[in-house]
Design a protein around this ligand. Structure first.
Ligand code: NDP
Length: 401
């Protein structure tokens, strides 16, 4: 029997939904490139339901309890007296989500001697101190591809929202106005602009593909180059480093994982190398940008806009500068947790658990750390180290709530 601790975001303030705007979600057969969707033996939820919040329980309770396991679900994750901290000593498996991350630090690993598996229900395991996971022999796995397309759609939405000044224009309407000049003095067409992505992995490439029909000039930088066929098809310009790419771009979208190599990549120095009036859309991880440098650049006019859904830490404290800086289009961390994405990452989490309990290998593409080293996707896209430093700030949100 195992104890599984599942840390999920809170239910809606209006209560767990009983009715949804739509009756289901489309049936997707495979991901681009051919990777199959999660293949658990069964699921105990209806795709399209809210699964990522506490009452949704990722649809896991029946499955786990019918196999004799104990499931504890909580959103109380920050601070020394949190439920998470209290449950750690006898937890075998922890499941968390990037949207409401249970930061797994060296200290927390030390408090969890039985912990053997940390699952990210979603993509991005930077909330886990990977160095500590390696040291403590904990396997880290995530549900690769489950929400990559969801995020790429969000990126395109945010690029268009910033460049066309959508959010302030909407606000004029809500406020009863008809202020066309106020709306359009910051509004441009995307057509003809240079748009570049930092990383062309699953999300970055999907963003490039979706932007192609907008007749923009596409750029990318990555540690590994895409195939000549893809470069030709999308008429991509490859840049060997981020500096050379940002110099020529009007819009930069960030789609690389957060790891020691990418932490604070967008600082004052790099932003100064961008075109004046460039836009940044960052749905990758908040800490890839220096938060104060971004706020400064928006105030000075070096950046014309910044949007994204990722912050550091999460939840962001009420006085986080990105809540109030000018010309931003921030949302809470939602792009990868649409109802459509939830069905996939909940099924993927179950697949990982089924493999684990059956002693079968977890898919390579789901692995980040295994057997005391970076493995699978982790070995390809991450570097060893720890990107969780400063996570304690998250307690300030709960304390102020
Ligand atoms: P992938 O692993 O498919 O792609 C990541 C890409 O980043 C790889 O091509 C990798 O290069 C590249 N990369 C890594 N380090 C660097 C670097 N220093 N400079 C340039 N490129 C680099 O991941 P996904 O596209 O699926 O996801 C990317 C990230 O997006 C996740 O790690 C996560 O942080 C974030 N995300 C956010 C979500 C949200 O809800 N907002 C949801 C899902 C993901 P290579 O492998 O070639 O070495």
């Amino acid at each position: 029997m195992s104890k599984i601790l599942c840390v999920l975001y809170d239910d809606p303030v209006s209560g767990y939904p009983t009715l949804y705007p739509r009756d289901g979600i489309p049936d997707i057969k495979t991901y681009p490139g051919g990777q199959t969707l999660p293949t658990p033996e069964a699921i105990d939820f209806k795709p399209g339901q809210l699964l990522g919040s506490v009452s949704g329980e990722l649809g896991l309770r029946n499955y786990l309890e019918s196999h004799g396991h104990q499931l504890v679900v909580t959103s109380d994750k920050d601070g020394p007296n949190s439920r998470l901290e209290r449950e750690l000593p006898d937890t075998d498996i922890i499941i968390s989500q990037p949207f409401w991350p249970a930061y797994l630090t060296e200290e927390r690993f030390a408090k969890a001697p039985k912990l053997k598996l940390a699952i990210t229900a979603g993509i991005g395991s930077d909330h886990v101190d990977l160095q500590a996971a390696i040291k403590h022999g904990v396997t880290v796995a995530e549900v690769s591809y489950s929400n990559s397309i969801s995020v790429s759609e969000h990126v395109v939405m945010m690029i268009l929202s910033l460049v066309r000044n959508y959010i302030p224009s909407y606000q004029w309407v809500v406020n009863g106005g008809w202020n066309i000049a106020d709306c359009v003095t910051r509004s441009y067409d995307l057509e003809g602009m240079n748009v570049g992505t930092v990383a062309a992995g699953r999300i970055g490439l999907a963003v490039l593909r979706r932007l192609k029909p907008f007749d923009v000039k596409l750029h990318y930088t990555d540690r590994h180059r895409l195939s000549p066929d893809i470069e030709k098809e999308l008429q991509l310009t490859f840049h060997p480093n981020v500096e050379s790419m940002v110099k020529v771009c009007d819009v930069v979208t960030i789609n690389c994982p957060l790891h020691p190599e990418t932490e604070h990549m967008f600082d004052d120095a790099l932003i100064a190398k961008m075109k004046r009036g460039a836009y940044i859309v960052n749905t990758a991880r908040g800490k890839i940008c220096d938060k104060d440098a971004i706020a400064r650049a928006l105030k000075s006019g070096q950046l014309a806009g910044y949007a994204g859904d990722v912050w550091f830490p999460q939840p962001a404290p009420k006085d986080h500068p990105w809540r109030t800086m000018p010309y931003h289009g921030m949302t809470p961390h939602v792009s990868g947790t649409s109802l459509s994405a939830q069905a996939r990452y909940a099924a993927g989490t179950r697949e990982i658990l089924e493999c684990w309990f059956a002693g079968k290998p977890i898919r390579e593409e789901y692995l980040i750390v295994d057997g005391g080293h970076l493995a699978g996707t982790g070995a390809h896209s991450y570097s060893t180290g720890n990107a969780t430093k400063g996570w304690e700030e998250a307690t300030r949100f709960s304390a102020a709530a």
